[in-house]
Design a protein around this ligand. Sequence first.
Ligand SMILES: Cc1cc2nc3c(=O)[nH]c(=O)nc-3n(C[C@H](O)[C@H](O)[C@H](O)COP(=O)(O)O)c2cc1C
Length: 193
Amino acid sequence: MEIDPDAAGSLYRTLAGAVIPRPIAWVSSVSPESTRNLAPYSFFNVVSIDPPVLMVAPGANADRKDTARNVRETGECVVNVVTEEFAEAMNASSATLPPDESEFAHADVEPTPSAAVSPPRVAGVAVAFECERYEVVDVGTAAMVLAEVVHVHVDDGVTTDGQLDTEKLDAVGRLSGNAYARLRDRFTMERPP
Ligand SMILES: Cc1cc2nc3c(=O)[nH]c(=O)nc-3n(C[C@H](O)[C@H](O)[C@H](O)COP(=O)(O)O)c2cc1C
């Protein structure tokens, strides 16, 4: 199969189905009216280590997404890492709610105060990155939110000798549609010099 993007209509199934598994940013933010927002975004990755910058991309008319609007307007968010125990709550928080209704209450997720930013992190998550807006780049109707990490919370239960231990972090990945992946079959390879 060869695909001409101009003729194919939406490339969503091809792009989201082939770029897998995608990590999931569970993003908390606060509206200018103080509603606490929470939503998952799998168009998500690390962009830079120094400065430490993450990327989250609300798409398909980003201006309709509370997360994009809140980060534009307030400049802050928290990226919570989704592990298996939070998968169902993460999914519940993806419901489309009006801007004045909080997904924390809707998905029965407990917020806990962050150290450096106003949006709360999700209580009990293994890793949470507290972020300030670095830049928001419009890409078509999507918004590439670049978020600079200003404080990191790492639960001691996922560390070994004072370092994050990925063997202990049961992060969930998104495939496409309703499909997800667990980290159950890890392997290592020596990297060439
Ligand atoms: C696992 C998962 C990943 C998602 N990833 C994205 C994404 O990368 N971009 C996007 O625009 N919507 C994504 N969504 C849909 C949003 O979470 C959904 O539109 C949500 O209502 C947006 O909430 P907000 O308006 O509070 O930001 C995803 C949903 C799920 C369940």
